[in-house]
Design a binder for this molecule. Structure first.
Ligand code: SF4
Length: 486
């Protein structure tokens, strides 16, 4: 069924009427001056609206026109616009702007996209916004909110903002082009937030398929903030290969965890000892944490945070050459086992394939032993794409580490042994990945691999309410995956 865009926009108009107007729209309405809209748009990139508003007010108090702006020195400009994001680069753009306007456009702000993108600091997003907001001409400004929410709705299926702009140009009725950015920025900043969207309060809840969204939990809390772990009560599990816990902390991990508010958080490849990380993550409020770092410093390692105290914790698989790499943590709860695993990488030329296959065999034995007693939930970075639809370029990667016949055959063995790849219970389609190489802009082009999984034993598959990939969350070369389990 196609997404009902007219109905969605009608509801959005009602919703944002009570929300804060995005700063660039506000400046356009207040000033009706394309030059000020252009300057405010340059300032607003990667900056909160309240910071942009204050910086724009300081700057316009000194320079309301290109001529006045030309009289300001670079250092003065930096001081006036600080602390907007990338203030030094933006000060340079603004310093060069009056001359560029005078030279190419007679000192006037142009309305044409191709003309606007010739100006310093003006990319396609800024150009579209200036054209639509300042001049009222048809243009679709696709920023992170428009790109993200249009994909959550399934109205477009695109990997980059540029692809979203082109798809919307072909599909979105022109009467919505100018408004759509302001509507979705206001909505994306307040309700459909990038992390932990308020689906429970959303007027579009019945229309939205919520593709790739981590739901904000609405379950009741028990005493002391702990969620009572009753069978049948839904819990949210979150798994992420962070590619270095300390690096991830520098990229907003704490905020992501706070907003996700998961019952269990499982991280892999932490590359740190507990004493090497700040207190605020070691003792995350409301959680108990358990750590299984590798003996070798800065390498591998797993950790789990849980709101409910486990009955027992098992460190490793009882295989010394595996356990010294800190790859497996098992927590036993009243009615299930939770296993966090970081499977080895087979390495170039499959140099470590034997080690990986030994790990595969050992963890399957472990699962089978636990499954005989109660439900089993296994999550983590399996370092293998199972089927051709699980990576963007299967033919080129056939036989490579992570897509060798031997590793894929083990995934067949796992499923044949009575385990379920939960994501595939909900989504049979290609194009959903959890890892992208840092090289060649692979993530922006969505040239990725699905190598992170939540797997449960077959009998417990009816306990799975949802399994999702949170590809909108950045901070590692992997993205998080989630499971709702009851
Ligand atoms: S239901 Fe959730 S994901 Fe969908 S638009 Fe509303 S807040 Fe966003």
């Amino acid at each position: 069924m196609s997404f009902p865009i007219d109905e969605a926009i009608r509801l959005l108009e009602q919703t944002v009427a009570g929300l804060q107007t995005p700063i660039v729209d506000l400046i356009a309405v207040q000033t009706r001056d394309p030059f000020k809209v252009l300057v405010a748009t340059i300032l607003s990139a990667r900056t909160k609206d309240e910071v942009t508003a204050a910086a724009a007010a300081r700057l316009f108090a000194r320079a309301e026109t290109p001529e006045a702006l030309a009289k300001l020195g670079l250092v003065e400009l930096e001081k006036l616009i600080f602390p907007v994001g990338f203030f030094r680069s933006k000060a340079k753009y603004l310093h060069a702007l009056p001359a560029a306007l005078a030279e190419c456009f007679g000192g006037q702000t142009p309305s044409d996209i191709d003309a606007l993108i010739q100006l310093p600091g003006v990319g396609r997003k800024t150009a579209n916004l200036v054209r639509s907001v300042a001049f009222g001409l048809p243009a679709i400004c696709v920023d992170t909110h428009v790109h993200r929410i249009m994909n959550i709705w399934g109205y477009v299926q695109t990997d980059t903002p540029l692809a979203t702009e082109m798809a919307l140009r072909a599909k979105l009725p022109e009467k919505y082009w100018i408004r759509i950015n302001g509507l979705l920025v206001a909505f994306g900043q307040s309700i459909c937030r990038p992390i932990g969207p308020h689906c429970d309060q959303c007027p579009l809840a019945t229309l939205c398929p919520r593709l790739g969204v981590i739901p904000r939990k609405t379950g009741q809390k028990g005493a002391g903030g702990k969620t009572a772990q009753n069978p049948g009560k839904e819990q949210l599990f979150f798994s992420w290969n962070v590619n270095g816990l300390r690096a991830a902390l520098g990229k907003g991990l704490l905020e992501i965890l706070q907003r996700t508010d998961a019952d269990i958080v499982a991280l892999q490849e932490i590359k740190a000892l507990p004493e090497q990380v700040p207190e605020e993550i070691r003792n995350l409020p409301g959680y108990q944490s358990f750590w299984h770092p590798a003996e070798k410093k800065g390498y591998s390692g797993t950790a789990v945070w849980t709101r409910t105290a486990p009955l027992q914790v098992l460190y490793g698989l009882n295989v010394p050459e595996i356990d010294r790499e800190g790859r497996v943590l098992t927590l036993e709860f009243a009615d299930f086992f939770f296993i966090n695993a970081y499977f080895p990488n087979a390495q170039p030329e499959l140099k470590r394939l034997d080690y990986k296959l030994a790990f595969d065999a050992a963890i399957l034995n472990h699962l089978n032993r636990l499954k005989a007693r109660k439900s089993v939930v296994l999550c983590g970075d399996f370092n293998v794409a199972h089927r051709e639809i699980d990576l963007a370029r299967p033919k080129e990667n056939r036989g490579s580490p992570g897509f060798s016949d031997e590793e894929r055959a083990w995934m067949d063995t796992l499923l044949a042994a009575g385990y379920v790849d939960t994501f595939r219970q909900f989504c049979p389609d290609p194009g959903h990945y959890t890892w992208w190489s840092y090289r060649s802009g692979a993530r922006a082009k969505n040239i990725g691999w699905r190598i992170d999984y939540f797997v449960v034993d077959e009998r417990s598959s009816s306990r799975v309410a949802d399994a999702a990939i949170s590809s909108a969350i950045h901070g590692s070369d992997h993205c998080p995956i989630t499971l709702r389990f009851r």
